[in-house]
Every structure is written in structure tokens, then in C-alpha cells.
Write a protein that binds this ligand. Structure first.
Ligand code: C2E
Ligand code: SIN
Ligand code: SIN
Ligand code: FE
Length: 390
């Protein structure tokens, strides 16, 4: 990456090169966090500065936020500033003007709060507005401490403004994309809670456990983070078909009769119907999960008695997560099992209920699962003793 010496005026050719290079490296990244990281890194290199921080407006909270990399860039600390504050970054966000401090600590408009939190000492500072195509201010690009120790000059202001202009639309798109993604996950999750909350002690914990186990299983099976996340996000919907069941069956305290169990089985068919024909990746996976999560590797499951790899992989994953968690939880019809007993059951059912490959993956991740459940059993004990005393 070319570094642009301060003091030297950029030629038109250099500017063009800069734009092309920056554009190439930042294009195609749709995940907001990643995009911001890449942009901050690019700017740090191009301007040769000690720190580059990107602040974005959070309109709802009337704040500016940033994730600042520190500790050799490993951890990210979230920083929030009031939009109406009197610090440099907030002023730039409000007014859209450029602020350039040759000695930050001597300017009353510079707030040292962020330095304190991140253990960093700002000497020189330059902040420019980040705008979208129609000129609306989305946030602020801030750089500090040029490596040669000189103050930022007009040329630096020009470059940073140029980069902010270039980055504006990709940041805006990534932000919209993230908003939609978050809204989608929230909707899925709330739908799943609706389906489960009649028959579960602690629906949220149950759904969370299943998501975590499914994700870890997918990773241990060698799937990438994107596919594993789809599995994680789809998994809470596996029992969505239970919305169609009557309370008399779902909440029956004790063993179901054979006829009642036949009705219970239909939650897979209902789930399949509810999610039939979905278009999004996550709902397509949820469809397979809800329809096939009670199929068994040996062909003795329901609703269709599929066998082995006839059962979609996603369903073979969720069934291990579901049964393990169901065993560990208290239900109206059964006590909670100890974590290690549930683990033994999963191992014993390898090649029977479950795909041996998935059981092998479960074995690998079990140390993490055990840790997760050691916190939960404490909570469950509380729930139970509260129920007994009430
Ligand atoms: P669930 O309670 O969430 O259980 C999900 C799956 O975990 C069960 O699927 C089963 O494979 C496994 N599982 C749960 N508890 C036990 C257990 O004590 N022993 C063993 N070996 N496996 C267990 P399954 O059997 O197809 O049941 C599906 C759903 O039907 C259950 O979801 C539950 O909502 C309901 N259900 C099953 N049996 C009874 C029952 O005897 N009484 C009541 N009220 N509901 C039942
Ligand atoms: C940002 O400020 O949002 C980018 C994080 C970083 O400093 O790498
Ligand atoms: C669950 O409640 O997570 C499992 C119930 C079922 O699989 O039918
Ligand atoms: Fe189920």
C-alpha cells in the first residue's frame, strides 16, 4: 500500500490511484464490523497514523458509537459519545465541518475520555465528517498521531475527506443490510419463543442452548462460519409446529397415550407446512429442521421414517442438540437428567437415533457444552426449589 507523504501535494494521478486501491480493498464487504475494520486499517496505512477511528451515528439513542481496536488490535472496545456533546467528534458530526488539532490536549474541545478508556495518548488529531451520497452526515472519521510527529495539514484533510466520501455509500449500504439482518433474526427468535413458551420452563435458555450446540456442532463438522451461523439462527424454529398443538396434549403432566403421541408427532408436519416454500436461506434450513428433526439415523423416527443420509444434515445436527437439551431440562412429564447422563445417552444412541459423525463431533465439543450447562443447572435448581416452595 502506497503511503502519501504529508506536505507533498497529491498529483491527479496519485489521487486516482489512491481511490482505485481503496475502492478495491473495501468493495464487496457487506458486514458492517468487517467493513469498518478494513477501512480503518486502510486509512491508518495510507496516512501513516497511530490510530484511525470511525464513529457512526446512532439516531435512536442520539449517540455516536465506535468499536476501537486496541491491545494489538485484538479486542474491540465499544465507545459511545453523546451526539450533542462538546467534544471534537460530536461537533464534527453535528456541523459537518473539519476539525484539525495540532495539539489535541490543548484544545478545550478535545475530550480525553476515549484515550483514558483505551490507554492511548492523542497528540495530533484530525476529524472529518462521513457523508452519504446526498450529503447527510452518517458519522466521523478521526485520525491521530502521524508517525513523523508533524501536525495534519491541508493535504491530509483533503485525503481523509476524499476517503470518507468514497467510503460513505458502502458504509451506508452495510448499515442498512445489518439493520435488516438484525430485524430478521429478532423476528425469527420471537416467532420461536411464541411456539415454545407454553410447554417450557425457560424457553429462552432452551432456545439459546440449542443454537449454541448447533453452531458448535456445525463448526466441529468443518462447516464455515457463514453456514454455521445460518444453522444457529434457524435452529430456534425447529419446534415451530407446536403452535398447532392443543394444550391438553402439549401440557399433559405425565405420559402421553399412544393416540396422544400420534398427535404430538404432527408438530413436525405442521412445522414443515408453516415454513414450506420459504425463500431466505435461514428459513429454508429452518424448514428442513422443523420437518425432519425427529427422524432417526436407523429409520425409526417420524414423520417419514427417513434413514441415514436421506435425512438432511441440518436436521441430523439439530436432533442431537434438541435431545441433549431436552434431557437436561425439566419437563412437565420428566425430571432433568444430569449433564453427564445426557452425554452418555447421546453416545449410546450413535448409529441408532443419531448420525455417528455428528455424535463424534458432539464428543469433541462436549467440554465446552459441559461448561455451558454447569451454569444452567444452578439456575434450574433455583427454579425447582422455587416451584416446590410455591
Ligand atoms: P421434548 O420434551 O422437547 O423432547 C424432545 C426429544 O428429546 C424427544 O422427542 C426425545 O427424543 C428426547 N427426550 C426427551 N425426554 C426424554 C426422556 O426422558 N428419555 C428419552 N430417552 N428421550 C427423551 P420425542 O420423544 O419424539 O418427543 C417429542 C415431544 O413430545 C417432546 O419434546 C414433548 O414435548 C412431547 N412428549 C414426548 N413424550 C411425552 C410424554 O410422555 N408426556 C408429555 N406430556 N409430552 C411428551
Ligand atoms: C472503527 O473505529 O470502527 C474501526 C475499528 C478499528 O479501529 O480497527
Ligand atoms: C424441544 O422442545 O426443543 C423439542 C421438542 C420436540 O423436539 O418435539
Ligand atoms: Fe420437536
Amino acid at each position: 500500500m502506497q503511503r502519501f507523504q504529508s506536505g507533498n501535494k497529491l498529483t491527479a494521478e496519485q489521487k486516482l490511484k489512491l481511490l482505485v486501491e481503496f475502492g478495491t480493498r473495501t468493495s464487496g464487504e457487506i458486514r458492517l464490523d468487517k467493513l469498518l475494520d478494513i477501512i480503518a486499517q486502510q486509512i491508518s496505512t495510507m496516512l501513516d497514523v497511530g490510530r484511525c477511528t470511525i464513529y457512526l451515528k446512532d439516531i435512536e439513542k442520539n449517540e455516536l458509537w465506535s468499536k476501537i481496536a486496541h491491545g494489538r488490535g485484538l479486542e474491540h472496545t465499544e465507545i459511545r459519545l453523546p451526539l450533542n456533546g462538546n467534544n471534537a467528534v460530536s461537533i464534527v458530526a453535528r456541523t459537518g465541518e473539519v476539525l484539525n488539532f495540532p495539539n489535541a490536549y490543548e484544545d478545550p474541545r478535545f475530550s480525553m475520555d476515549v484515550d483514558m478508556v483505551t490507554d492511548f495518548r492523542t497528540h495530533t488529531m484530525l476529524a472529518v465528517p462521513l457523508k452519504n451520497n446526498s450529503g447527510k452526515v452518517l458519522g466521523v472519521f478521526q485520525v491521530a498521531n502521524k508517525s513523523d510527529g508533524t501536525p495534519f495539514d491541508k493535504n491530509d484533510e483533503g485525503i481523509l475527506t476524499l476517503l470518507a466520501t468514497l467510503a460513505g455509500s458502502s458504509i451506508e449500504i452495510a448499515k442498512l443490510y445489518q439493520d435488516v439482518h438484525v430485524a430478521q433474526l429478532e423476528t425469527i427468535y420471537r416467532l420461536a419463543v411464541t411456539a415454545e413458551y407454553r410447554d417450557q420452563q425457560d424457553t429462552r435458555a432452551h432456545l439459546k442452548n440449542i443454537s449454541i450446540i448447533s453452531y458448535l456442532l456445525a463448526r466441529a463438522l468443518g462447516m464455515g462460519t457463514k453456514d454455521s451461523e445460518l444453522i444457529k439462527n434457524a435452529s430456534p424454529l425447529h419446534d415451530i409446529g407446536k403452535v398447532a398443538l392443543a394444550d391438553t396434549i402439549l401440557l399433559k403432566p405425565g405420559k402421553l397415550t399412544a393416540e396422544e403421541f400420534e398427535v404430538m408427532k404432527s408438530h413436525t408436519i405442521y412445522g414443515g407446512r408453516i415454513l414450506e416454500g420459504a425463500h431466505s436461506k435461514v428459513l429454508k434450513i429452518a424448514h428442513k429442521m422443523s420437518l425432519y428433526h425427529h427422524e432417526k439415523w436407523n429409520g425409526k423416527g417420524y414423520p417419514h421414517g427417513l434413514k441415514g443420509e436421506e435425512i438432511p444434515l441440518e436436521a441430523r445436527i439439530i436432533t442431537v442438540a434438541d435431545v441433549f437439551d431436552a434431557l437436561c431440562q425439566f419437563r412437565v412429564y420428566k425430571q432433568a437428567w444430569k449433564t453427564d447422563e445426557a452425554y452418555e445417552y447421546i453416545l449410546a444412541q450413535s448409529g441408532q437415533s443419531f448420525d455417528p459423525r455428528i455424535v463424534a463431533a458432539f464428543k469433541k465439543i462436549y467440554p465446552s457444552i459441559r461448561k455451558l450447562y454447569s451454569h444452567i443447572s444452578v439456575n434450574q435448581a433455583n427454579v425447582k426449589s422455587a416451584m416446590q416452595s410455591g
